[in-house]
Design a protein around this ligand. Structure first.
Ligand SMILES: [Zn+2]
Length: 366
């Protein structure tokens, strides 16, 4: 679904609750911040000193990729109470999936069902070629095979599974929708400020996907989707056709075509790795969010909400984070524009903010 991830991404990084003035997250327990002198100043604050610890190498650069050891996280979008987008087909159309009909007896093609079917096929395809895989959900449930509660929890579960494994690559599978019934084809996304590895992976996946399926190519695109932003390895999100388009949805209603979508994505992953593309270390430590890029810390919620709104007007996803400040001896509100495992990625976002004359400060996420 094309529109949903965008809406979802915004909703997640700047929960409407935060903008409405309610608490966006449980109160953080008091945590001392030994390495970061926290100025007791109202915004904008002087920059927090960057951590002096050695930088990790950026994801996907300089890490040789031994094929057999790659662990591919496959993320079937939506699930459980979140169906994703829905295609409508004539009564009696067989799909090879769980039977779904509307009140008029027409066949419904639910994105969550298509995504899971393609994901399972991709898993088999990759495993038959020696790759290890991990699914972020294996059933008609939210991420981690848990009951769907909120979109944020769902997406965070998926990110946690990939980061904690840790996976080498992350492939999120979705189907698209548009108001225009004529829109069709495939597109592949990477995070808008990702490193070259994710962009390269998106290119090979998109290329093999359209070759294998014959779908029109809508190209490689950049976005701020939650699962792309918060995963700590090269990550892409595939939109494998439009359920709002008659041609695409009829194709996606067949086992044979879904097998081609899976094979195309698999070939893209295989090509990326066999051509020397690199990935997060599958035997390394779990990757954790270590850095915040924020645009000020505030005593008053009203002020941090104003700053978050300003960030959003400038095209940055933002959310409110609370953290106890030892120096101020109180909880402060931070306008956080990004959370990263890798310092280089944090620096890229900071540069982008500064180019738009927004304050950008990197600090440990604590
Ligand atoms: Zn979707």
């Amino acid at each position: 679904m094309k529109s949903l991830p965008i809406v979802v991404g915004l909703a997640l990084v700047a929960p409407s609750a935060a903008l409405a003035g309610t608490t966006p997250e449980p109160p953080a327990p008091p945590v001392p911040m030994p390495t970061v002198p926290d100025a007791p100043v109202v915004a904008p604050t002087p920059p927090i000193e960057e951590p002096t610890e050695p930088e990790q190498s950026p994801v996907g650069e300089g890490t040789p990729a031994p094929t057999g050891s790659a662990l591919i996280a496959i993320d079937p979008g939506h699930g459980g109470a979140d169906p994703g987008t829905v295609g409508v087909l004539p009564r009696g159309t067989a799909t090879g999936l769980k039977k779904r009909t509307d009140g008029r007896g027409r066949t419904l093609l639910l994105e969550k069902d298509v995504n899971l079917d393609v994901a399972r096929r991709l898993k088999r395809w990759l495993e038959s070629r020696g790759y290890r895989t991990i699914l972020t959900r294996s059933k008609d449930l939210a991420g981690g095979d848990r009951t769907f509660t909120t979109t944020r929890d769902d997406l965070q579960s998926r990110v946690d599974i990939a980061n904690q494994a840790p996976a080498s690559l992350f492939i999120s599978i979705h189907m698209n929708a548009a108001r225009s019934k004529t829109a069709r084809g495939a597109e592949t996304y990477h995070f808008r400020i990702s490193g070259p590895a994710a962009a390269s992976l998106a290119n090979t996946v998109q290329d093999r996907l359209v070759t294998r399926t014959g779908l029109p190519s809508r190209g490689v695109r950049k976005a701020g989707f939650y699962v792309l932003k918060h995963t700590a390895m090269p990550a892409v999100l595939v939109e494998g056709g439009f359920l709002s388009n008659v041609r695409d949805s009829r194709l996606l209603a067949t086992n044979a075509f879904r097998a081609r979508v899976a094979a195309g994505i698999g070939e893209g992953v295989d090509t990326y790795i066999s051509e020397g593309g690199s990935f997060g270390d599958p035997n390394g430590e779990p990757l954790k969010i270590k850095y915040w890029v924020h645009a000020g810390q505030f005593r008053q919620r009203a002020l941090v909400l104003k700053r978050v709104a300003l960030l959003r007007r400038n095209g940055f996803d933002a959310l409110v984070r609370r953290r106890y400040s030892v120096r101020a001896n109180r909880v402060m509100f931070f306008a956080v524009a990004g959370q990263f495992a890798l310092l280089d990625n944090a620096k890229r976002l900071r540069a982008e903010m500064r180019a738009k004359r927004m304050p950008g400060v990197i600090g440990p996420s604590g």
